[in-house]
Structure formats: C-alpha cells, structure tokens
Design a protein around this ligand. Structure first.
Ligand SMILES: [Fe+2]
Ligand SMILES: [Fe+2]
Length: 176
C-alpha cells in the first residue's frame, strides 16, 4: 500500500468518527500548514514574554497550549514517523531529535501550568525558556525535517499529509 492510500484510508476512518466537523483543507502543502502554525505560536510566545498582565498571561498560555499540543502530537504521527520510517539514518536522527525537543516543550508547558502567579519571576523565566526552546526547535525543524519531507514525498503526498495532519489534530483536541 502506498503512503497516499494508507493515509487516505486512515483519514476516512477518523473522518467517519468525527462526522459533524467540517472537512479539512485538502489543497494545502503540509509544510505551508506547519509554517502558519509555527508563526502563530511564536507570535503568542513573544506576547506572553512581553505581557505585564496576569489575566493576559493566563489567557495567552491557554492559547499557546491549545495550539502547541495538537500541533506537536499530529506532527509526530504524520511527519516525524513518516520521515524516520525509512532506512535513511540522517532522517531517523532528525525524527528522534524532534520527539525529544517536543518532550522538552511539554515539560516546560507543564511547569508553566503549575506556577500560580503569572507575574512571578518563575513564570517569566519558564515563559522565556519555552520561547527560546520553540524558536530553536522551529529553526531546526524547518531546515532539517522539511528537507527530508521534500526529498521523500511528492507534492500530492504532502497535500495528503496535510489532510491527515488536520484529522490527527482534531483527534488530539477531542481527547483533551
Ligand atoms: Fe512544528
Ligand atoms: Fe515540531
């Protein structure tokens, strides 16, 4: 079975389970979708670090979590697993590195969630760490993983990957 047919079959199955949801955008390259979300989350992280209001910081953290968690989980399933599935050692390392950096982001998000005062030095420090971590991760991902994706998958497969990515994200959101 080719990747496209596998993804189509998996997508159809999940779509049936989430029938009332609108159909995902079918014509976007997965890399374009990832770029949009990277820009969005980095913008929110910059606002979080700059914000001086407790309520605003809490709201921003909530938005960051709602964007970052489905993005990373779906990216692992649809992008990293596809990249590290072959024999190419460099691609395997890129995929593993992505997983490790996502785990660090999860840990920092959890730390932020436990700090009761959003204006405390602890919160500010953790917000800065998350911002720096994501900035480093996005730079590397867009350089390494994306060149792997371009090398390995056709334009049509990348559009199919975007559909599968949207569906995987909805699944993560439904589980939270
Ligand atoms: Fe990403
Ligand atoms: Fe990532």
């Amino acid at each position: 079975m080719t990747l496209v047919t596998t993804l189509k079959a998996a997508g159809k199955k999940v779509e049936e389970a989430f029938a009332p949801e609108p159909r995902p955008n079918e014509d976007m390259d997965i890399l374009k979708k990832l770029k949009l979300e990277h820009d969005q989350v980095q913008d929110l992280l910059a606002k979080l670090v700059d914000s001086e209001g407790a309520t605003e910081r809490r709201a921003l953290l909530k938005q960051i979590k709602a964007l970052l968690v489905p993005h990373t989980r779906a990216e692992e399933r649809i992008v990293y697993d596809a990249v590290r599935a072959g024999r190419d050692k460099k691609m395997k390392v890129d995929g593993e590195e992505g997983y490790l950096e996502h785990a660090l982001a999860d840990k920092t998000l959890a730390t932020l969630g436990k700090i009761s005062n959003p204006l405390s030095p602890e919160f500010t420090a953790a917000a800065k760490v998350l911002k720096e971590l994501i900035s480093h991760h996005v730079d590397e991902e867009e350089r390494n993983i994306w060149s792997d994706v371009r090398e390995k998958f056709s334009d049509a497969e990348r559009i199919e990957m975007n559909r599968a990515f949207d569906i995987a994200k909805r699944k993560v959101k439904a589980a939270h």
